[in-house]
Design a protein around this ligand. Structure first.
Ligand code: TYD
Ligand code: ZN
Length: 406
């Protein structure tokens, strides 16, 4: 049950209930489908600080473990993006004498491998042993831990202050945000920056990207709510920038209060959020109705295609696939399989909906009539790779921001 806002203790106003759902990256073995873990996927906004967050949560040990299926280096888009980001940090922040960067949630080393190649002192922190092994194989120094207050202090004692603490698609996953900030406070140098890049609430709203909502995303950050969170913990939001991953994220730069001047970008995005009514309850009531419509249209379309004898399969098994299939009630009768290039997901089932995940070769053997694009944030890369599919008469189905056939 909800015990209030994880940041300020305020009351949560629940505005969306997506029903019982599994842990989205909890892919399961076909032999072990009984007793699957479930929780109620619901969102609320804090009446005190405005932070949108899950009402109920899944324990972090269940989400991040020795077999975490998400690999950040899984696409060219991601690899290039983090190479650029590492380059930017090396040029702008890690240019003093013996600089040091810590990444919270370093995953397979997609960012830190570039830092390591530049010979800069770094440390990755990630609770999932399998991805940490991958990072190490790329020359990245990393420890298998959850980042919290105690770890921040012990890292400072061992390595000294960090000039940059970085996180990508990680900070919004961490429910113990208070302890995290105390750890950042202990570890960060007086003039250092805490930079994180996370899914954006505004994108969820604009793209009707309801499939960004799942257990791992405990918080749904916006500029106003992150500014309030920073202030609460003694920091200041000094810069924001839109970045392209996952359909549109924001990179937040926090510094110690008063340590840096605040860029105009912060005020500009705050004004945009206000104009969009991002914190108005009415906005999210409408969002709930809109995604109900998407659910109806998508299931109607899949049923019609099935009754006409058309073959439809899914493309991509990101965390999103779990939310969509479970929220819409799409099972293996409607969608016999999804294909995904991540080896560790292949041969397993999408949690909850139990749709099998097959390797990409299954897609062309033979091509289906329609393919439902779950990895829509990688659509350009995938559609270019699978151009034969459309050339041979196949069609892509999209479901955000609306159901359409291309
Ligand atoms: P991603 O959007 O990065 O992650 P999530 O939504 O879980 O945070 O996941 C993209 C998924 O799509 C990932 O499982 C790999 C898969 N994929 C393919 O199967 N083929 C491809 O060409 C690409 C780019 C991704
Ligand atoms: Zn709050």
């Amino acid at each position: 049950m909800s015990s209030g806002c994880r940041i300020c203790g305020g009351k949560l106003h629940e505005f969306l209930d997506m029903g019982k759902q599994p842990s989205a990256n909890g892919f399961i073995d076909p032999a072990e489908t009984s007793d699957e873990f479930q929780f109620r996927l619901a969102l609320g906004t804090c009446v005190g600080c405005g932070m949108v967050q899950l009402v109920e949560e899944v324990p972090q040990e269940r989400r991040y473990h020795e077999n975490y299926r998400y690999h950040a280096s899984g696409s060219v888009l991601h690899r290039r993006h983090f190479e650029n980001e590492a380059g930017r940090l090396l040029g702008a922040e890690l240019n003093g004498s013996d600089p040091f960067i810590v990444e919270i949630g370093c995953n397979d080393g997609v960012l830190l491998s570039t830092v390591a190649e530049a010979g800069i002192r770094h440390l990755g922190v990630d609770p999932s042993t399998n991805v940490v092994e991958l990072a190490r194989s790329r020359g990245v120094r990393a420890v298998t831990e959850f980042f919290d207050a105690g770890l921040g202090e012990s890292l400072r004692d061992e390595h000294g202050h960090a000039d940059v603490i970085f996180g990508a698609n990680t900070i919004c996953h961490i429910a113990h945000i208070d302890s995290l900030f105390r750890g950042v406070d202990a570890l960060l140098a007086p003039s250092g920056v805490f930079v994180f890049e996370e899914p954006y609430l505004g994108t969820v709203l604009d793209h009707k990207a309801f499939d960004q909502i799942y257990d791992e995303h405990v918080f749904y950050f916006g500029v106003a709510s992150v500014a309030a969170m920073a202030e609460r913990f003694g920091f200041e939001l000094v810069d924001v920038e839109r970045t392209p991953l996952h359909g549109g994220e924001i990179r937040y730069t926090l510094a110690r209060r008063g340590a840096r001047s605040v860029r105009d970008s912060v005020g500009a995005l705050l004004a945009e959020e206000q104009a969009a009514g991002i914190t108005d309850p009415g906005t999210w009531r409408r969002f709930g109705l809109e995604i109900d419509n998407i659910r109806e249209e998508l299931t109607r379309l899949l049923r019609r295609l099935s009754s006409e004898g058309r073959r439809v399969v899914g493309y991509g098994a990101p965390g999103k696939t779990s939310t969509v299939t479970n929220y819409c009630g799409i099972d293996s009768d409607l969608l016999p399989f999804v294909c995904d290039s991540t080896r560790s997901k292949q041969g397993l089932l999408i949690p909850g909906s139990h749709i099998p995940v097959l390797p990409p070769e299954a897609f062309s053997n033979p091509y289906p009539d329609y393919a439902l694009m779950f990895a829509w944030n990688h659509a350009d890369e995938i559609m270019a790779k699978e151009s034969e599919f459309t050339a041979s008469g196949g069609h892509w189905i999209r479901y955000v921001p609306e159901v359409r056939i291309d």
